[in-house]
Design a protein around this ligand. Structure first.
Ligand code: ZN
Length: 99
């Protein structure tokens, strides 16, 4: 077996590459599958890390009623009522700025 005979499948990107001209001889097919599985695994763990960081719980203070609460990173207000109140305030300010 010569070392220069690597299958071309390693250069083939399975995602978003049109799919034309993909070699489907059995050897290359399995090599491509291996690459695909590896890429999917990388992507999945990256997404999992991202989700975990979003899920991290912080102690926050609600800017509307001032009470402390625990929420994930993107949470701003302790209750839905405060969220709505904040939205109405923002809208009122925007209207005041226009008039
Ligand atoms: Zn609140």
């Amino acid at each position: 077996m010569s070392s220069g005979a690597r299958p071309k499948a390693l250069e083939w990107s399975p995602i978003g590459s049109g799919g034309a001209g993909v070699p489907l001889t059995s050897g290359n097919y399995f090599a491509a599958q291996a690459v695909l599985l590896r890429e999917m695994e990388d992507e999945r763990s990256a997404a999992a890390r991202r989700l975990a960081s979003l899920r991290r719980v912080y102690t926050k203070t609600c800017p509307i009623c001032g009470s402390e609460f625990e929420g994930i990173a993107k949470r701003m207000y302790d209750t839905h009522a405060c969220q709505v109140k904040a939205y109405r305030q923002r809208r009122k300010q925007r209207e005041a700025a226009v008039n």
